[in-house]
Design a protein. Structure first.
Length: 450
């Protein structure tokens, strides 16, 4: 058995000037804890976690830094679980990544096979349990660190602000914090920021401390990973090239350029199944939000529905698009032939792992859609569709404008600021409830925000 490498005394680059994988750590931000299998942890792909409801078979990480607050439509700042794993050990367990960049390094899985995490993986978990934290911002127990999720005092916020400047910029008690390409915050602005931003910043502080303590390269003023033109991003690109990864890059668009999922087919079939479920079981759903979108045909609306019995939320577009789903349930078309066409597209690259995942997705999707069409027989679809339309219209008339009116230009007047702050308080109260009650139901009996 080889002796453990002393990372703190290991040089960052090898004799050929390539960054050493031993010096790099993978960072995965998520809402879900890795799965315990024996004495090890594994991360499920979306395909495996949803029984191939969606065929995405890749698991994604940044290297040496926390993913930007909002990337690809997801708000990573608000996700409370951070998984940090040694890159070299992860490759020893799973093989080299399919794609490599400091912004987006991803591994493939197949149906039934998850990504295995090495034993030195560390998990950071947000908590509101004050006893677990014992009055501190964070507490570590073995390979798990619990950290404060909300309710920060002004002094704690100031300390986090100072710590992040030291961690990332080497500056103490001065300067501003960059939280985007065109936005910087002073200490005073940071202290008055949302808990989500404070939590994301605390995660970055804890990540930096952990990486430096273990001997990994951390994002800092001397070596940054989160800009494509920076030394860290270029170094990871060269490593991916040396390893022979299928794709590698120094910029932020890696996975978008090498996305194997045929989103036109996948998104359409997913929408058919989700909306058909809402249509066939409309009494089990509540409308929880509504938003208007401009299209070439005018403004349409997207409504979000939530099951009364769980936390699942589904989006449904306006009446022009939604009518297609009713027609499909009445006269189902050949979904198998439509999906299979994508398997033979000229010039399209398929890896063996994705082909296996995609074929499983096709099989299960065909079964699910056949079951929906069978269930629809005997159902008065026009009546159910009318009921859904009425729910959406009622929501728009009574509650649909609440969020927009409260938050639009809230700095323009004290009244808007007060309304927005009050609504945020309502949201935080509701989100502390385990049942995730839809806002407009939770609001009953509370002060009318309108």
């Amino acid at each position: 058995m080889a002796d453990a490498v002393d990372l703190k005394n290991l040089s960052n680059f090898d004799e050929n000037g390539i960054i050493r994988p031993e010096k790099l750590a993978l960072v995965h931000i998520t809402d879900y804890m890795p799965k315990k299998v024996g004495d090890r942890l594994e991360i499920k792909s979306t395909a495996n976690a949803t029984d191939c409801l969606h065929p995405r078979n890749t698991i994604h990480f940044t290297i040496g830094h926390h993913v930007d607050a909002v990337v690809g439509g997801a708000n990573w700042a608000e996700k409370g679980i951070m998984v940090v794993a040694p890159l070299k050990d992860t490759m020893d367990e799973n093989g080299k990544p399919m794609g490599m960049s400091s912004h987006d390094t991803f591994f493939e899985t197949t149906p039934g096979r998850n990504l295995k995490l090495p034993k030195d993986t560390h998990i950071f978990i947000s908590t509101t349990d004050s006893e677990k934290l014992n009055g501190a911002l964070s507490q570590t127990e073995g390979n798990i660190t619990y950290y404060k999720a909300s309710g920060y005092t002004a002094e704690e916020k100031k300390q986090i602000f100072k710590d992040i400047l030291v961690a990332e910029y080497g500056e103490r008690y001065q300067g501003t914090l960059s939280i985007g390409k065109d936005r910087e915050l002073t200490q005073n602005q940071f202290v008055h920021s949302s808990d989500a931003l404070i939590m994301a910043t605390l995660k970055k502080v804890l990540l930096s401390h952990h990486l430096k303590e273990k001997g990994f390269i951390a994002n800092s003023s001397g070596f940054r990973f989160n800009e494509g033109t920076e030394e860290g991003a270029k170094a990871v690109y060269e490593l991916g090239k040396k390893l022979g990864c299928y794709c590698y890059s120094a910029d932020e668009e890696l996975h978008h350029r090498y996305d194997f999922a045929r989103e036109d087919v996948i998104a359409k079939t997913y929408d058919f199944m989700m909306y058909s479920d809402i249509l066939l079981h409309s009494d089990n759903y509540e409308v929880i939000s509504s938003r208007g979108y401009a299209t070439p045909f005018g403004t349409t609306r997207m409504h979000q529905f939530q099951r009364k019995s769980d936390k699942s939320i589904h989006s449904v577009w306006g009446t022009k698009i939604d009518a297609d789903y009713v027609d499909w349930l009445k006269n189902p078309w050949d979904v198998t032939g439509w999906m299979e066409q994508t398997m033979e597209m000229s010039g399209y690259m398929w890896t063996p792992a994705f082909r296996e995942t995609y074929e499983m997705w096709m099989k299960k999707t065909k079964e699910r859609m056949d079951a929906l069409c069978t269930e629809a027989k005997g159902v008065d679809l026009d009546a159910e569709w009318t009921k859904i339309q009425q729910k959406m219209q009622d929501f728009d008339k009574t509650k649909g404008g609440l969020l927009t009116r409260a938050f639009a230009q809230k700095d323009k007047s004290p009244e808007r600021r007060q309304k927005a702050d009050g609504l945020l308080k309502l949201l935080r109260e509701r989100d502390s409830n385990a049942d995730r009650t839809p806002l407009y139901i939770y609001q009953k009996g509370k002060k009318n925000m309108e």
